[in-house]
Design a protein around this ligand. Structure first.
Ligand code: ADP
Ligand code: ADP
Length: 228
C-alpha cells in the first residue's frame, strides 16, 4: 500500500533528514512512526503526500510511483490519502459541517452525495450535535475530530496523521486514537507519526522507530521504546 524504496531526503546542502530508508506498509495496517524531534517523521509524511520529492529513491502509494504523478494529478492523489495534522488546519470561517463539505467540493463530489455524507461522518466521529459550530467554539479534541471527519469522508484507502494528539491533553488524545483505530477497522491503512509515548504503548500496534533518518526498530505490537 505504501513503500519507501531506498529513500534519501536532504534539505539544503547537507541536512540529511532520511537516509536510504526502506519501509513497506501493507493494506489495512495501523503503523506508528516514532522518534525524537528531528528524526525524520514529518519528512516521511510530507513525502507520502507528495508535498516534496525525495533526493534519491522512490515512494509508492497504492501501486503508483509518486515521482511519476504529474502536478495536475496531485489533487486526485490526495483523494486516496487523507491527512490529519497537529494543528487541525480547519477553515475558521466555516462550520464543522461546512469544513467537511468544502473538502468534498474541491475533490469534485456531487452535491447530493455531500448532503448525505457530511452528517453521517460527523455522527461517526461523535459530533452530530456540533455540526453548525465554528472551529473557535469547539475544543481542541472536537476540532481534531472535525479534521479526521474531513480526511475520512471520502473513505480513502490511506489515512496519514502527523502528531494528531500533539496539541491535546491525554484524555482527549485517547479518544482521538480510538477514533483512528475505528477507522483502521473499516479497512483503511492508518499511519500515525507521533512522539506520544503513552499512546503508542497503550495501542500495541506496529511501531517503526526512527533515529536520525534511519529505521532503528520495526516491531509488530510494539512499544514506543525498546522493552527489556
Ligand atoms: P520530525 O518530524 O521527526 O521532528 P523532521 O522530518 O521534521 O523530523 O526533520 C528531520 C530533519 O530535517 C531535522 O534535522 C530537521 O531540522 C530537518 N528539516 C525538516 N524540514 C526541513 C526544512 N524544510 N528545511 C531544512 N531542514 C529541515
Ligand atoms: P515537527 O513538529 O514535526 O517536529 P518541526 O517543528 O520540526 O516539525 O518543523 C515545522 C516546520 O518547519 C516543518 O514545515 C518543517 O519542514 C520545517 N523545518 C523543520 N526544521 C527546519 C529547518 N532546520 N530549516 C527549515 N525548516 C525547517
Amino acid at each position: 500500500m505504501i513503500r519507501f524504496s531506498n529513500v534519501t531526503k536532504v534539505y539544503g546542502k547537507d541536512t540529511v533528514a532520511l537516509e536510504r530508508l526502506n519501509l513497506e506498509i501493507d493494506a489495512g495496517e495501523f503503523v506508528f512512526l516514532v522518534g525524537a524531534s528531528g528524526s525524520g517523521k514529518s519528512t516521511m509524511v510530507r513525502l507520502m503526500l507528495k508535498e516534496m520529492e525525495p533526493s534519491a529513491g522512490a515512494i509508492f502509494v497504492n501501486g503508483t510511483r509518486l515521482s511519476s504523478v504529474p502536478r495536475r494529478r496531485i489533487p486526485r492523489l490526495r483523494r486516496d490519502i487523507g491527512c490529519v495534522f497537529q494543528d487541525f488546519k480547519l477553515l475558521p470561517n466555516k462550520t464543522a459541517a461546512e469544513n467537511v463539505a468544502y473538502a468534498m467540493e474541491v475533490t469534485g463530489q456531487r452535491r447530493r452525495v455531500i448532503r448525505t455524507k457530511v452528517p453521517q461522518i460527523l455522527d461517526l466521529v461523535g459530533l452530530s450535535g456540533k455540526m453548525d459550530k465554528f472551529p473557535e467554539m469547539l475544543s481542541g479534541g472536537e476540532q481534531q475530530r472535525v479534521s479526521i471527519a474531513r480526511a475520512f469522508v471520502s473513505q480513502p484507502p490511506i489515512l496519514v496523521a502527523d502528531e494528531p494528539t500533539g496539541n491535546l491533553d491525554p484524555n482527549t488524545s485517547v479518544g482521538i486514537m480510538q477514533l483512528l483505530h475505528r477507522i483502521n477497522r473499516t479497512g483503511t491503512t492508518v499511519v500515525v507519526a507521533t512522539h506520544d509515548r503513552e499512546m503508542v504503548d497503550v495501542m500495541r500496534k506496529r511501531v517503526v522507530a526512527l533515529e536520525e533518518g534511519r529505521i532503528v526498530r520495526d516491531k509488530v505490537k510494539g512499544a514506543y521504546a525498546d522493552e527489556v
